[in-house]
Ligand binder design. Structure first.
Ligand SMILES: NC(=O)c1ccc[n+]([C@@H]2O[C@H](COP(=O)([O-])OP(=O)(O)OC[C@H]3O[C@@H](n4cnc5c(N)ncnc54)[C@H](O)[C@@H]3O)[C@@H](O)[C@H]2O)c1
Length: 250
């Protein structure tokens, strides 16, 4: 791979597995210096770190719950310290809780919103605080095609992902022209989130019913994130890119 990100300092949240893992590996292989976060996933994080370190020997991981303000802020500070600054933050950590609206408790709703939306807000706010002082940076938020499409039995998830799109546009306006803020909205991707423990068979069937006829690979999302982090994306802000096999067409 071209080393288009040589020396670029990056924090990826939710980097232990799935899309975050592929993103951390892709960014490191493009030359970036990488820190990644994870929560309650030590074994997977250790395996990912070993792979990322093949490209960036100084890469490190941080255990932190992005929904808890002190932990999210501390993770950003430790990243800045360990990387010697922060040029790009990828807000990827997320959870899904499938439940019909009438069975969705306030606790379940709040938990999904806290990780997906508040976590993106907390990490993004702290990263941007640093980027303002530094004089520039990039924020890449991971949304979802379900933020546009809606999906029965996924009230909190869809609301959180639509919120991430709105937050992306808001930050892009507020911090132009020095900080570029974009989102990637994946369609269905082959990760734990699409596994039987998280999603019912009926919902999984829906996920493969898209024009390209298959679900995506985590690396296909990582490619877009790596592009948005790089020099060729210098005139792009406030956008949400669908990488989705055609599940959403705009
Ligand atoms: N897989 C898909 O089909 C799909 C589609 C659209 C969007 N997405 C989004 O992509 C992102 C990554 O999802 P994935 O499919 O790789 O899922 P995954 O379950 O494989 O990985 C989730 C990651 O988030 C981390 N995480 C979970 N809760 C956390 C918390 N409270 N604090 C910090 N980290 C936490 C986990 O440690 C893990 O690294 C999510 O935001 C998800 O909503 C996924």
């Amino acid at each position: 791979m071209n080393k288009t990100l040589t020396g670029v300092r990056v924090l990826v949240t939710g980097g232990s597995r799935g899309i975050g893992r592929a993103t951390a590996v892709s960014l490191a292989s493009a030359g970036a210096k990488v820190a990644f976060g994870h929560h309650g996933d030590d074994a997977a994080a250790a395996a990912t770190l070993a792979t990322v370190q093949k490209h960036d020997a100084s890469a490190f991981s941080i255990e932190a719950d992005v929904s808890v303000e002190t932990e999210a802020v501390d993770m950003v500070h430790r990243s800045i310290e360990g990387l010697g600054g922060l040029d790009v933050v990828v807000n990827n950590a997320g959870i899904l809780n499938e439940a019909g609206l009438l069975d969705t408790t306030v606790d379940a709703f709040d938990t999904v919103i806290a990780v997906n939306l508040r976590g993106t807000f907390l990490v993004g706010r702290e990263a941007i605080r640093h980027m303002v002082q530094q004089g520039g940076g990039r924020v890449i938020n991971i949304a979802s095609d379900l933020g546009y499409l809606g999906r029965e039995r996924n009230t909190a998830y869809c609301a959180s992902k639509a919120g991430i799109g709105a937050m992306t546009r808001t930050w892009a306006l507020e911090f132009a022209p020095r900080i570029l803020v974009n989102a990637v909205a994946p369609g269905p991707v082959d990760t734990n989130m699409l596994g039987a423990e998280v999603m019912s068979e009926a919902q999984r069937q829906k996920e493969s019913d898209i024009p390209l006829g298959r679900i995506g690979h985590p690396e296909e999302i990582a490619n877009m994130v790596t592009f948005l982090a790089g020099p060729q994306a210098s005139f792009i802000t406030g956008q949400t890119y669908g990488v989705n096999g055609g599940s959403v067409m705009t």
